[in-house]
Design a protein around this ligand. Structure first.
Ligand code: PEP
Ligand code: MG
Length: 819
């Protein structure tokens, strides 16, 4: 007896549940099926590979007892022509249980095939199968079934001299793959003759699907059918007619997979989107400066005049993000260190331009030496101001950037904020930079203008010639230069599809968030500025689930006064027009340093004095913020939330300050909630929920702390996935804690914007999802397709998975099936 283990992790199904009669009716043989959640098909026991199908979607194995096992990955997957499958074994190779056989890109295969359900069956006669696992989740290697030899049941063909043969050309688009092979074997059942196929110099029993698959018959191949026995002629005629008739699959073979470039190592999405356009290398010349000055007084005056001129230009009114970034730029023109360093160089005889360039270069080098990702991204702002000041000193316009043509994919070593602002974003299909970071100011500008952007793509992109057609898939950090016609057609089709679906989603975005079976789920927006509030409301936000208050005051040298804060909060509340507003108290430290609260360098800032810890160390700031919120935000809208809570002691200390602020302002007491973004808070949620009025999951931090993976480190970026089962189990614990005290619980980390995660989060029991404004229409549309029973089942299955990739595949399929 041979025990067959699960070749994939996934959901085991009885063979009759496979949605394809060829398998469900056991025409190919008896066995089980798996709906896989991981992307590597493994040997289910020790065996020898009989054949890997030429399109790598199926493999047959000979077991130690002679049984022939067929594993057919997905249904109708032969038509993929090999796309999404990578075989790591060859015909005839001996394999051990657990050895990888075929890598499967589950998303790609699920996209192009009828189903991922994978039948695993014994294809030859004389073996009995006992199913051990069906209708539950299995891990790779878990026992699925046993196979026992029971002796051959087929009668030997009566000896006869009758024989017949006939040659045919295979007209089936995908050749003789598993399904037609099964039908051929079934069609031979009424005949007694021994029928064989011969092709490629090999020979196979036409009653054995496995043997037929081993011939690797493709479209256009010549096949000799020969038979021996009483009804040889009739058998050959029947099978030849069947094959030449195309078996319902006649046609041209599928085109080979187009070569899509893999994601460039380190390339990162800075602004989402998918685009096709033409390469537009963006090169702007530097202004030459003389090294020697014309006297210290003259040069100092030239510098001061230039700085004043740049400040005046910066003070011209701008909207939205542009206005916020201008504040940062103005601060550079007033930076005392920079100005002092330039003056010192002028005093040593340098020209104003040379001195300013040297001072800037020294600061950029110092910033780069810190290794701090966020600071380094800010170096672009310094370079930007450098160009503007030097142009002003020289009395020439800032070197004009070349105007991009319509549909340009702008390629630059680095793009400066002012360069972006001088461009017409409507002409840009996408932006790709060799350097830069995803949270740089220019990335924020691109996202806000809706231009997809990839940063850190490496110097190779600078060699792409102007006019080259390019596909940019920002979310996948993927760039394809000079794609083939098929890839271009696919890309255009995807863009059309995405546009049409966005228009549909937007049209329905003002409807309240509800699942298909009517369960209410509030869909709020994460905000960091007043302008975003308008966009959020227009996108269908039903409130603000996270106002990151620290971002309102990030680029300033001094702490905002209570009045300033109250005015800012009031403005956002006004723009939300009565909708709920959850304000998070300052979450400073970690990856969000602010100039007005200089902090000692910490070895591990993410584990240091950040969030509520810092606020409790500066109770004056926290109380002033509580007061400003209570004064600025109408009571009916107001909710307040504390970041980075660990346990009840911290909450109690914050609440004591809050109580004082309530008493001092005389304002009605707004609900005070906590963010669950430390594993500690998730595990202690029952106790915390007894004290706090509501809970909201900060999945960004919860993920980084649960997986011990820095959310700002490019090397650990691929590990940061909130759909990791470890994170999901923490979320489940938090929900259980909240429920015990009947508390509202939502989520406001990046995961809440991901339609793929929505069903799982809702299935885990969340009341609200707070997303980035742009994601709301698609999120609401995704939720409308979710059935609560399905969502709960999906969440339960996700909690049982071993990896984030497994959960993603599970969710991808659930969404596809619900669509
Ligand atoms: C989070 O950690 O998920 C969160 C929402 O807070 P932030 O991203 O601002 O740290
Ligand atoms: Mg956080």
């Amino acid at each position: 007896m041979v025990v067959i283990g699960a070749p994939f992790a996934g959901w085991a199904l009885p063979i009759e549940a496979v949605p394809d009669p060829v398998f469900a009716e056991r025409m190919m043989g008896d066995g089980v099926a798996i709906d896989p959640v991981d992307g590597v098909l493994r040997a289910p026991c020790d065996a020898t590979v009989i054949a890997v199908s030429p399109t790598r979607h199926a493999v047959t194995l000979r077991l130690a007892n002679g049984a022939e096992l067929l594993i057919h990955i997905g249904l109708e997957t032969v038509a993929l022509g090999g796309r999404g499958f990578t075989a790591s074994v060859a015909d005839g190779q001996a394999v051990k249980a657990g050895d990888p056989l075929i890598a499967v890109d589950l998303d790609q295969v699920a996209d192009g095939a009828k189903s991922l359900v994978t039948p695993i069956l014994i294809a030859n006669e004389g073996y009995a199968v006992s199913v051990l696992a069906a209708d539950h989740a299995v891990a790779a290697g878990d026992p699925l079934m046993t196979v026992e030899a029971v002796g051959t049941v087929r009668q030997a063909a009566p000896v006869s001299e009758d024989s017949a043969s006939c040659e045919v050309t295979v007209p089936l688009a995908n050749g003789i793959h598993a399904r037609p092979a099964a039908r051929i074997a079934a069609a031979l059942k009424p005949f007694v003759a021994e029928v064989r196929f011969e092709a490629h110099g090999r020979n196979a029993n036409a009653r054995s699907t496995v043997a037929m698959l081993g011939l690797g018959l493709r479209h256009g191949d010549r096949l000799l059918i020969s038979a021996r026995g009483d009804d040889a002629r009739a058998a050959v005629t029947t099978i030849a007619t069947l094959i030449e008739g195309g078996m319902g699959e006649a046609g041209d073979p599928p085109a080979p997979p187009s070569a899509l470039a893999p994601a460039v190592q380190g390339a990162t999405m800075a602004a989402p989107g998918f685009a096709i356009g033409t390469a537009f290398p963006f090169v702007v010349a530097d202004i030459a400066v003389a090294e020697d000055g014309r006297g210290a007084d003259r040069e100092t005056e030239a510098l001061d005049r230039a700085l004043a001129g740049v400040r005046t230009r910066l003070d011209e009114p701008k909207d939205g993000k542009g206005a916020e970034i201008t504040i940062a730029h103005r601060a550079i023109t007033e930076d005392p260190d920079l100005i002092d360093a330039a003056r010192a160089a002028i005093a040593e005889g340098r020209s104003a331009g040379f001195a300013w360039r040297a001072a800037t270069a020294a600061q950029v080098a110092a910033i780069e030496a810190t290794g701090d990702r966020l600071l380094i991204e800010r170096a672009a702002d310094l370079k930007d101001i450098e160009r503007q000041v030097i142009a002003a000193i020289a009395g020439v316009p800032v070197p004009a950037a070349p105007a991009p043509p319509e549909g340009a994919v702008l390629i630059a070593d680095e793009l400066l904020p002012s360069q972006f602002m001088a461009l017409d974003p409507a002409r840009l299909a996408a932006i790709v930079t060799a350097r830069g970071g995803p949270t740089s100011h220019v990335a924020i500008l691109a996202a806000s203008a809706g231009v997809p952007m990839i940063v850190a793509a490496g110097a190779d992109v600078l060699a792409i010639p102007a006019g080259t057609v390019m596909i940019v898939d920002a979310a996948a950090a993927r760039i394809v230069a000079a794609p083939d016609d098929r890839a271009v057609a696919d890309a255009r089709e995807r863009i059309d599809r995405e546009r049409a679906s966005h228009a549909r989603n937007l049209a329905a975005a003002s409807e309240p968030g509800r699942t298909a079976d009517g369960m209410r789920v509030e869909i709020f927006a994460n905000l960091a500025s007043a302008e975003e509030a308008d966009r959020a409301v227009a996108s269908g936000a039903e409130g603000c689930g996270l106002l990151r208050t620290e971002f309102l005051f990030l680029d300033r040298a001094d702490a905002p006064s209570e009045e300033e804060q109250a005015a800012s909060y009031a403005e956002i509340a006004r723009r939300l027009d009565g909708r709920p507003l959850i304000l998070r108290t300052l979450d400073i430290g970690g990856d969000k340093p602010v100039p007005y609260l200089p902090m000692p360098a910490e070895e591990n800032p993410a584990l240091g004095q950040r969030g509520l810890r810092l606020s409790l160390a500066r109770p004056d700031l926290l109380k002033a913020q509580f007061r400003a919120i209570l004064r600025g935000v109408p009571a009916a809208q107001c909710r307040i939330m504390l970041p980075m809570v660990v346990d009840r002691t911290e909450f109690a200390r914050a609440r004591a300050l809050y109580d004082e602020a309530v008493a001092e302002t005389g304002a009605p007491r707004a609900p005070l909630g906590i963010m669950v973004e430390t594993p500690a808070a998730a595990m202690l949620a029952d106790g915390l929920a007894a004290d706090a009025d509501f809970l909201s999951l900060g999945t960004n931090d919860l993920t980084q702390y649960a997986l011990a993976a820095d959310r700002g480190n490019a090397a650990t970026a691929p590990m940061i996935d909130g759909l990791h089962p470890a994170v999901l189990r923490l979320i489940a614990a938090a929900v259980a804690g909240a429920r015990r005290h009947d508390r509202w619980i939502g989520a406001c980390g990046g995961m809440a914007s991901d339609p793929l995660a929505a069903a799982i989060l809702i299935g885990l029991g969340l009341d609200e999802l707070s997303a980035t404004p742009a994601a709301i229409p698609a999120l609401k549309a995704a939720i409308r397709r979710i059935d609560m029973n399905e969502a709960r089942r999906l969440a339960e299955a996700a909690l049982a998975c071993a990896t984030a990739a497994e959960v993603r595949s599970l969710a991808t399929r659930a969404i596809r099936e619900a669509a």
